[in-house]
Design a protein. Structure first.
Length: 260
């Protein structure tokens, strides 16, 4: 049985791009789950969580209850970090330290971590700020993931370098939380925007290191706004709420995103 999920972060109102993503996941058939990705407590808001339920319900979607909220899962992320054990190390570098490292190669999101704190590493002093990084080179042989439109995709485990998995005050990074929760919820098919295609490389690596099953992936095109810009939560005019208030029907939204 296929299990899909829609996993928004409640940092703004849902827009047409989210409608497309949620409808795509729902259409895959099987069980459809909703996961609220609210780890970043400074940016997430309860009224946006309520708006997610309201907008998806209005669109005609139904999802399984109870909804999993990442803010309730901190113990599971801690357990995963403990399991990684020696594959992680504390890092004390600032952003400026990393940017100024002469030989830092670049990854998809900017300079890769140059490995300053990797070897030898030390424990943080009491109260000292740190980030917990993955030693990405200590891996488990060749890995790949199944992508609906491309077949098997071999991963590059070093694509993002030694990623941050947690910080002193943040229990898990996006990558760690997604991998732990997709496995916990038994997700078999991850449908999401192609802007996250490269993230799957590092997420597949984490699955292997944590001994978690790998779902299949279907990265879809993004619905773009004027001038082929990605929609953002700042695009007030295309939020589902404002479209609804302006008289649009759920059927019209489905048509606009090409999933009537
Ligand atoms: N929470 C992420 C977002 O809102 C999506 C995560 C995922 O689909 O893996 O962009």
């Amino acid at each position: 049985m296929i299990v899909t999920r829609f996993a928004p972060s409640p940092t703004g109102l849902l827009h047409l791009g989210h409608a497309f993503a949620a409808l795509t996941a729902h259409r895959a058939g099987g069980r459809f789950l909703l996961r609220i990705e609210d780890i970043d407590t400074a940016r997430c808001r309860e009224d946006f969580v309520t708006a997610i339920y309201e907008d998806l319900g209005w669109l005609g979607l139904t999802w399984e209850r109870p909804v999993l909220r990442q803010s309730t899962r901190f113990a599971a992320y801690e357990e995963a970090l403990a399991l990684l054990g020696d594959l992680t190390y504390p890092c004390f570098c600032t952003r400026a330290d990393i940017a100024s490292a002469a030989s830092a190669p670049h990854g998809p999101e900017g300079p890769l971590y140059p490995g300053t704190c990797r070897d030898p590493h030390r424990a943080p002093a009491p109260g000292e700020a740190y980030a917990l990084r993955l030693d990405a080179a200590k891996r488990v042989g060749p890995l790949s993931f199944g992508e609906e439109s491309k077949g098997r995709v071999a991963i590059d485990p070093l694509l993002f370098g030694d990623i941050v998995l947690a910080r002193k005050d943040t229990p898990a990074s996006y990558h760690l939380a997604v991998v732990v929760d997709d496995a916990h919820q038994g997700v078999t098919l991850v449908t999401r925007g192609e802007d996250l295609f490269l993230a799957t490389h590092v997420q597949r690596l984490l699955q292997a290191l944590l001994g978690l099953p790998a779902p299949r992936y279907a990265h879809h095109q993004l619905i773009l706004g004027e001038g082929d810009r990605k929609f953002s939560k700042r695009d007030k005019a295309v939020t589902l709420r404002s479209l609804r208030e302006a008289g649009a029907s759920p059927g019209q939204i489905r048509e606009w995103v090409g999933l009537p």
